[in-house]
Design a protein around this ligand. Structure first.
Ligand SMILES: *Cc1c(COP(=O)(O)O)cnc(C)c1O
Length: 392
């Protein structure tokens, strides 16, 4: 297996081709075998007493899990990675690894809703207090700090609402007070945003989305800088929240084409967003590459691309019933949660249901759209007919 430093001499797509496999150790086969396992056997009493083996038991890792961990660390330029059975699980691991009873954390008001639920239920129950902040706060986040503030959880762009934060300004404040930073980087993936290079301590990816890419995988990955790696690994080992072997296989397979799929998602997402912007029923496109997206200048500053998920605001004359007419009768777009797969999705949403630090008033009904790999004309026709149904 090539080492992280050997691999990092190559450009991205070459790395993605080589990561996590070594034909010389795999009887010549291109891909690594899938290890499923609990028990690991030892040769002698002495070996077992000293746990003298590369792997000691299934919960402490397998070659399959390790291949994916190392691959992800190389891609993210991280000191280490842990992998959990869902994106939400990965966020939980990251938050548990940096907090203890009595701490305070700052969380963006635009955070993925189940993350908010985790903070408000479990973290609070274990004695951690939470303050939500305006995703556009930038360096003024300093004013929200308390003596016991231990971590800041960012998510860019915001779930559903797509605000882009001034990551550099927030990281600068965090560094000044030795506060840990965590980012949910699922939308951009490490292909379009290198979290650790921007000073973030822990970066979380819901592998469920673009890494899997086929809506058949649930997985979360947390990568860490050297300073945050020991605590993250310790938290992970204490909980044994590990991924299944087949899931690691699917993620490693997804990794080979991740760059192609996010680049395709970018160009299709942009084409569809530009097209939607021209439709008279659409008042606003919340896509980070658009000037009207809150925090667009931060996207230009920190990100090297965009993917295929964005939201739109409909003209204010349309109501819930109009939207139901539209969405209940789509032919190509399906309605469902998650995104990052090959299929196009559309869902209605309302951030006002859960926001606490900011008011959400987009002046019209809002829809979130994931652009899949179907024919662009079919997608436009389906949306055009849907937008016409708004008038019924
Ligand atoms: C989907 C998602 C998650 C959670 O991933 P799961 O694997 O579904 O638990 C976390 N953050 C963001 C931004 C997501 O879109």
């Amino acid at each position: 297996m090539k080492s992280q430093s050997e691999l990092q001499k190559f450009k991205l797509s070459t790395q993605l081709s080589m990561l996590g496999r070594d034909p010389e150790q795999q009887s010549g086969f291109v891909n690594a075998p899938v290890y499923r396992g609990s028990t690991v056997v030892y040769k002698s009493c002495d070996d077992i007493r000293h746990k003298r083996a590369r792997f000691s038991y299934g919960t402490s890792g397998t070659p399959t899990i390790e291949n994916l961990e190392n691959a992800w660390s190389t891609l993210c330029d991280a000191a280490g990675t842990v992998i959990s059975p869902s994106g939400l699980g990965a966020l939980a691991l990251a938050l548990f690894s940096v907090t203890r009873a009595g701490d305070h954390i700052l969380v963006t008001d635009s955070v993925y809703r189940p993350t908010r639920k985790f903070c408000n239920t479990l973290l609070v129950k274990y004695g951690v207090s939470v303050t939500y902040y305006d995703p556009l706060i930038g360096g003024d986040i300093e004013r929200l700090l308390q003596n016991n503030t231990r971590a800041i959880l960012l998510e860019c762009p915001g779930s559903q609402s797509f605000e882009i934060q001034d990551i550099g300004a927030i990281v600068a404040v965090a560094k000044k007070y030795a506060i840990s930073t965590i980012i949910d980087n699922t939308w951009a993936t490490p292909i379009f945003f290198k979290a650790h290079a921007h000073g973030i301590d822990l970066s979380v990816e819901a592998g469920t989305k673009y890494l899997g890419g086929h809506s058949d995988l649930l997985m979360g990955l947390v990568s860490a800088t050297a300073s945050h790696w020991p605590a993250l690994r310790e938290t992970y080992d204490a909980m044994a929240m590990l991924p299944g072997a087949e899931d690691c296989f699917l993620a490693l397979r997804g990794l080979r084409t991740l760059h192609l799929r996010v680049q395709e998602a970018q160009s299709r997402g942009l084409e569809m967003a530009r097209w939607l912007k021209r439709q008279p029923e659409v008042s606003k496109v919340l896509h980070p590459a658009f000037e009207e997206c809150p925090g667009h200048e931060n996207w230009k500053k920190y990100f090297t691309g965009s993917t295929g998920l964005f939201s739109i605001v409909l003209d204010r004359r349309f109501d819930q019933q109009n939207v139901e007419q539209m969405l209940d009768n789509m032919h190509v777009f399906a309605m469902g949660f998650s995104w990052g797969g090959f299929e196009s999705l559309i869902i209605p949403f309302d951030c006002a249901e859960y926001r606490t630090a900011t008011t959400w008033d987009p002046q019209g009904m809002t829809l979130r759209i994931q652009i899949g790999l179907e024919d662009i004309d079919d997608l436009k026709n389906d949306l055009r007919q849907g937008l016409m149904r708004l008038h019924h």
